[in-house]
Ligand binder design. Structure first.
Ligand code: SAH
Length: 497
């Protein structure tokens, strides 16, 4: 059914896998998409950038084990555009390099649907680059050629090997793993030296990329020994001899680590950025988000009587943010807090309070609720009253020491912790480790990944409480020696580097 609002389609290349190779323009149109139709070659890093409320259609996944046929994909794209939607058709690499992008535009142009093309970084050059192979080099070759190795259909022309050999350029074969034997013997029969360097590069630009560097004569045998699977490219030419000398990706401190980060999306970036700087492949699994409570009568009352309190204790940056939002709504500012002392659970919460122009008086040595509770019980007198604006699911450990000492306190839930569902990326066994920065993210992760065997998950935990939640589920646990993001990244570099 055609609506009066016309939709539009963006045909977008997602790059080879590393989300750092996704273009700025691609990211921008993806953020604004209402429908995203994507392939199996789109890397997990890009998949975790999917906009929250968009309809996600996975056409690489498989209904009854067959990928959705091309004519059906074309039809889905058209239908969504006719519904008036902003549609992103997201494809691995570049959409026009053996990506059937042209076929998808056919139907759109026939139906006068507006579209744009956002090119992507093709695997044909980026995968060699991540394996230390420059596709051209003045000492070796002056051209490179990209060829499909997929010639199974009768109507596809056979490869003209003699023409290829005559070019004396670097040859890059996509979709060639199944036809490797045919390709190598074809080149040799057409006159290529058997000793010509050649390589096969699997899962390029990801943490688990693998390469086999050999000669056209031995490539097939060597890659069978290694068990190379798709996606992989075959590259033939003298430039392959540089692969070891110029290898760099695996040499980065965390270059072989695929790690999932489970922080709430708005706070995932610091940890993810630090891990990426060290070369890790980061998959964002933002398992929880925080939402300000609509009913804020309790905290409003507390703020109206703020001078009754001697202490305010915060247990998260979200709590700090929401407290100050409500303070502002009540037409108050930090002058109304004068004389009040502040406690914070750990370093990021302390930082959030300091951002408001307030020094923190009390932070426990170990960053958890129980320790904060004990410290407050020690320092606060029985004439003083404590305000604790925090998550609705906050731990009882904080409250118990206050109760035991009979202190006055108001424990007020100001936000809810909501489990993210319907993510395009889920945990799978290719993920080497999952980084957890709170017990609630562990619970949310478990909720989002009900069917996995938790004993296969390696959980890197920011502190003891988080580790307890992970080990209760049966995960293998590693605990950061200090409860900070920096310490966590350093620790991971020691363990996995
Ligand atoms: N449009 C894509 C190519 C699609 S054809 C692009 O521009 O990259 C699919 C083939 O691309 C695969 O069979 C494989 O040969 C290659 N390929 C894509 N991503 C790859 C990766 N990360 N590592 C190795 N080969 C890859």
């Amino acid at each position: 059914m055609k609506t009066d609002k016309t939709g539009k389609v963006w045909l977008v290349g997602a790059g080879p896998s590393d989300p750092g190779l996704f273009t700025l323009k691609g990211m921008k149109v993806l953020e604004e998409a209402q429908v995203v139709i994507y392939d199996h070659l789109v890397g997990a890093g890009v998949l975790s950038m999917m906009p929250k409320d968009a309809e996600l259609i996975d056409v690489g996944k498989i209904a009854g084990n067959h990928p959705v046929p091309q004519h059906e994909i074309n039809r889905i794209i058209l239908q969504k555009a006719l519904e008036g939607k902003r549609v992103v058709r997201l494809k691995g690499g570049d959409p026009f390099v053996f990506g059937r992008g042209g076929e998808e535009l056919e139907l759109l142009s026939e139906n006068n649907i507006p579209f744009e093309v956002v090119p992507g970084i093709t695997s044909a050059v980026s995968v060699p680059a991540y394996n230390g192979i420059p596709v051209t080099h003045r000492d070796f070759t002056s051209s490179f050629h990209v060829i499909t190795g997929h010639t199974r259909n009768k109507d596809e022309a056979e490869i003209d090997y003699e023409a290829l050999v005559r070019l004396e350029g670097t040859l890059v074969f996509l979709m060639g793993v199944g036809a490797m034997k045919k390709i190598c013997s074809g080149l040799i029969s057409a006159g290529m030296s058997e000793d010509m360097p050649a390589a096969v590069l699997e899962n390029g630009t990801s943490a688990h990329q693998r390469k086999v560097v050999s000669t056209v004569k031995n490539l097939c045998e060597d890659s069978e020994k290694t068990g190379i699977k798709t996606p992989a490219i075959i590259i033939v030419g003298k430039v392959c001899s540089l692969a070891d000398k110029f290898s760099w990706a695996e040499k980065r401190p965390l270059g072989k680590l695929k790690v999932a980060v489970t922080r709430p999306k708005d706070r995932a970036s610091a940890l993810a950025d630090r891990l990426r700087e060290q070369g890790a492949e980061v998959v964002l699994l933002p398992s929880v988000r925080t939402e300000k409570r609509r009913d804020n009568r309790a905290i409003s009352d507390a703020i109206n009587n703020i001078s009754d309190y001697s202490w305010i204790a915060f247990t998260s940056p979200a709590g700090v943010k929401i407290f100050f939002e409500i303070l502002k709504e009540k037409k108050k500012d930090i002058r109304n807090l004068s004389g009040i002392k502040f406690a914070a659970i750990g370093s990021t919460t302390t930082e959030a309070v300091m951002q408001k122009g307030i020094f923190v008086d009390l932070v426990p040595e170990k960053y958890n609720g129980g320790e904060l509770g004990k410290l407050l019980a020690e320092k606060v007198s029985d004439k003083e009253k404590i305000l604790i604006p925090r998550a609705a699911i906050g731990t009882e450990d904080l409250i118990r020491p206050l109760e035991d000492k009979g202190l006055y306190y108001d424990d007020i839930p100001v936000y809810d912790t909501i489990w993210e569902t319907g993510l395009a990326v889920k945990y799978d066994s290719s993920i080497d480790a999952v980084a957890f920065t709170s017990a609630s993210t562990v619970k949310a992760f478990a909720e989002n990944n009900k069917n996995i065997d938790f004993s296969s998950v390696t959980a890197v935990c920011i502190g003891e409480q988080t580790a307890k939640a992970a080990s209760d589920l049966g995960m293998k646990i590693l605990i950061s020696p200090e409860a900070t993001i920096d310490a966590m990244v350093r620790y991971m570099t020691e363990i996995f580097g």
